[in-house]
Structure formats: structure tokens, C-alpha cells
Design a protein around this ligand. Structure first.
Ligand SMILES: Cc1cc2nc3c(=O)[nH]c(=O)nc-3n(C[C@H](O)[C@H](O)[C@H](O)COP(=O)(O)OP(=O)(O)OC[C@H]3O[C@@H](n4cnc5c(N)ncnc54)[C@H](O)[C@@H]3O)c2cc1C
Length: 390
């Protein structure tokens, strides 16, 4: 058994745990041990498709917090102390210069998550790394007993930063409330069979979303059809907003997509009498989607425009103006973040310390905070990691 004075254990060497370790190390007398069952900052390598979308260029912290379906109010206090500008500044200081894309996503100039990982780890040289899985944490008078698969250690303070995929039991065993984890930022499975459209993408589609006749926010974003439904930024956003709602085959989320605005379809039919209807429709949507719409409406795609009767015209126009997608569940694979985790009522946002167990802290995805795609989830790690580390 090892005994450390003024010692801090950070469980989980992901972005949040490493950020916390960095700031904890800067305070005199602190000895920081980072536990991880995998390599440190391994999860960072997959972010942003290997480019690491490390923040979103919104500099007003209240506006930034609006991008978190869970945790918006909790993050006001957190972001008021460490927000986008601080993240960019922090990375600049450790040698990672950043740039902002047109869509406001912030990336390292190297476009390399590997480079960010290396630069970050080079700052943690005075930190002890232990490649051990933590099995349990117990509070033993004024110390914490950290039990790993290999050993047992005593620490003065413990930070739980195990992310959203495993390790909730560490907090649960200490008596903290856990909000049931559910997938967010996933593709979506639809009632419709979109196999013939697999790989087709639509740019910046305008959509309305409803569940149980209740309207959810209107969303504009890119959409991708997959073998089992839809994916891409629009699907991710919907999966995030609906992560904690009950939807299924009998009670689907209904997405209405406006593929065209107000058009006079009869005028178009009249001006192209000899055109096949599929070619006229594909002036507005990709060819395979035009074929899909006609097939769904049981219309021969080679019908000449002059032969399209009023009822058929209205069916096509309605499909283009109000293309319906019924979502029955999140995709089984490909979850990017977890909604749920340690209940925010348990944590003081000013310190990230447990309200009931002194010396126990949390940061990152393990807490019940999750954001949209665009750098928001890493920003949560940098900000809560900073505060816990302080
Ligand atoms: C494919 C993909 C791409 C993404 N891209 C982006 C992006 O570009 N921008 C963005 O903002 N977000 C992105 N995210 C989300 C972001 O990566 C996560 O929100 C972030 O990694 C969470 O950081 P964390 O430190 O809280 O947890 P994690 O990154 O999950 O790290 C937790 C660490 O704890 C360790 N651990 C767990 N349990 C134990 C235990 N019992 N004992 C010891 N160690 C343990 C794990 O091995 C892990 O290393 C992406 C996610 C995925 C899956």
C-alpha cells in the first residue's frame, strides 16, 4: 500500500482528466497521479475525424452554453471562468496554434489530434501515470482509498474524469446520483427504408421536428442518408435534443424537410412537356432521391411532364415541400457522446466538488452535461477540467 501526502488522484486521462491534472500540478505542493486503463489522451486521437475540433468560436459564455441540451445553466458559472477564449489561449501557450473555420469550429493549425496530444502530454511530465483500471473508491476518514486491479492507494483528493462510456459505478458506489446514460450525437434509424439513398447527402436542409404532436426547435443543417436511416449534423442534433425523450416505432419523431420552397410546379410542367418527370424533379434534389419520391408515390418515373395530372402533381409537390422522415430509434453504433452521468445537483459548479463528499471532484463527460457537435463536448472538458484542477 502506498501513502502520499497532499496527493491527488485523477481517474481517467482523457481530455478532462489531463486538463485537470495540468492545472492541479501548477499549484505548489500538489502531487498528481493520473490513472487510466488505456493510454493517456487516447480518446483525443479520434476527435474531429483525427483533426481535433477543440472548441467553437462563440465568445459570449451564455450563447455558448445554449449549445448544451443538458447542462446549460450549470455551465454559466463554469464558462464565466473558463470559456472559448481561454481554451484558445491555453492551447497557444502549450504550442498548439489554432484557426477558426467558416462554420466557427476551432481546429489546431496542424489539423492533427496527434500533434495536440503530444504537445499536451509534454506538459504533464511531472505527473505520475499509472496504467491501471480503478475498480472502486472509498472514503476512509479524511483520505480516499483508490482500489485498482493491481494495488490500493491513499489520496487526499480524488477527481473522477472517466468519461461517458464506463466508470459511472465509481461515483454510484460513493452514493452519488447517476442520471441514466443514453446515447446522444448518433445516427438515427428510420421507419422508411433509405437503402437506395445510402450515401446521398443534402446541404443545409430546412426541417421541422415534432414528437407526440409537440414541436421541437426548427433546425437547418446537412443530412446524410444511411443504410438504416439518417446521419450527419442534422441527425446528430436531433438525436441530441431527443436523447432523453421516448420515441419508437409506434411513436416516432417526425422530421419534415422542406426540399423546395414555394414553386409553381404546374408552370414547370408546362414549360418542360417532353421531359421525364424524374428529370424535372432531379432539378431540385439528387437523382436517387427524385426516383425515391416518385416510387413512394407510385408514379412511373418516365412519365412525360405533359402527362402529369393535377393529383399526381400535388403528390410530388407535397413530397418536395414536406418530405417526411419517421425516426424510431438512435443508431446502435456510432454514439459520440453520452447524455446522463453524475447528476448536476450533486456538484458545485464553482469548484466541481461534490456537495456531499469533501475532496471528491468531477470533470468532463462523466457529469450530466452534453453538447452538440462542433467542439462543445471538448470545451466542457477543458472548462470543467480547469475548475476541478484549480
Ligand atoms: C469519434 C468521436 C469523435 C469526437 N470528436 C469530437 C470533436 O471533434 N470535438 C468535441 O468537442 N468532441 C468530440 N467528441 C467527444 C469528446 O471526445 C468527448 O466528449 C471527450 O473525449 C470526453 O472527455 P473525457 O475526458 O470526459 O472522457 P474520455 O475522453 O472518455 O476519457 C476518459 C478516460 O478514462 C479512462 N477510464 C474510464 N474508466 C476508467 C477506470 N475505471 N479506471 C481507469 N481509467 C478509466 C478511459 O480509458 C479514458 O481514457 C468525439 C467523440 C467521439 C467518440
Amino acid at each position: 500500500m502506498e501513502f502520499n501526502k497532499k496527493s491527488i488522484a485523477v481517474i481517467g486521462a482523457g481530455p478532462a482528466g489531463c486538463m485537470c491534472a495540468y492545472w492541479a500540478l501548477r499549484q505548489e505542493g500538489n502531487e498528481v497521479t493520473l490513472f487510466d486503463c488505456a493510454k493517456p489522451l487516447q480518446t483525443l486521437l479520434y476527435t474531429g475525424g483525427g483533426r481535433c475540433n477543440l472548441a467553437w468560436a462563440e465568445y459570449d459564455f451564455r450563447e455558448l452554453a445554449k449549445n448544451y441540451p443538458r447542462g446549460e445553466k450549470f455551465l454559466y458559472s463554469v464558462f464565466s471562468r473558463f470559456s472559448t477564449a481561454d481554451t484558445i489561449d491555453f492551447f497557444e501557450k502549450i504550442g498548439v496554434k489554432t484557426y477558426t473555420q467558416e462554420d466557427l469550429r476551432v481546429f489546431p493549425i496542424s489539423n492533427s489530434a496527434k500533434d495536440v496530444r503530444e504537445k499536451f502530454l509534454s506538459q504533464l511530465k511531472t505527473c505520475k501515470f499509472k496504467k491501471e483500471k480503478v475498480l472502486n473508491i472509498e472514503k476512509d476518514s479524511d483520505k480516499f482509498l483508490v482500489i485498482t486491479e493491481k494495488n490500493e492507494y491513499f489520496f487526499d483528493k480524488v477527481v473522477i474524469a472517466v468519461g461517458g462510456h464506463s466508470g459511472f459505478s465509481l461515483a454510484k458506489n460513493l452514493g452519488l446520483e447517476i442520471i441514466e446514460p443514453k446515447p446522444a450525437l448518433t445516427g438515427l434509424i428510420t421507419k422508411e427504408n433509405f437503402k437506395s439513398l445510402q450515401g446521398v447527402s443534402l446541404k443545409n436542409v430546412k426541417s421541422e421536428v415534432s414528437l407526440n404532436s409537440k414541436k421541437l426547435p426548427t433546425l437547418n443543417d446537412d443530412l446524410l442518408f444511411t443504410h438504416e436511416g439518417i446521419s450527419g449534423p442534422l441527425a446528430y442534433k436531433i438525436s441530441s435534443i431527443c436523447a432523453r425523450l421516448d420515441y419508437n416505432k409506434a411513436n416516432p419523431i417526425i422530421i419534415t424537410i422542406h426540399l423546395v420552397g414555394n414553386i409553381d410546379f404546374q408552370v414547370l410542367l408546362n414549360s418542360n412537356p417532353k421531359k421525364d418527370i424524374k428529370n424535372l424533379v432531379s432539378e431540385f434534389v439528387p437523382k436517387s432521391l427524385s426516383e425515391y419520391i416518385l416510387k413512394e408515390n407510385k408514379i412511373n418515373s418516365e412519365t412525360k411532364c405533359y402527362n402529369i395530372k393535377a393529383k399526381t402533381r400535388d403528390l410530388i409537390l407535397n413530397s418536395l415541400q414536406n418530405f417526411k422522415i419517421n425516426v424510431i430509434s438512435p443508431a446502435k453504433k456510432g454514439e459520440i457522446v453520452t447524455s446522463g452521468g453524475v447528476c448536476l445537483d450533486e456538484i458545485d459548479p464553482k469548484t466541481m466538488q461534490s456537495k456531499t463528499i469533501e475532496g471528491l471532484y468531477f470533470c468532463g463527460e462523466v457529469i450530466d452535461v452534453d453538447g452538440f457537435c462542433g467542439g462543445f463536448n471538448l470545451q466542457n472538458c477543458w472548462s470543467t477540467g480547469f475548475i476541478a484542477g484549480q
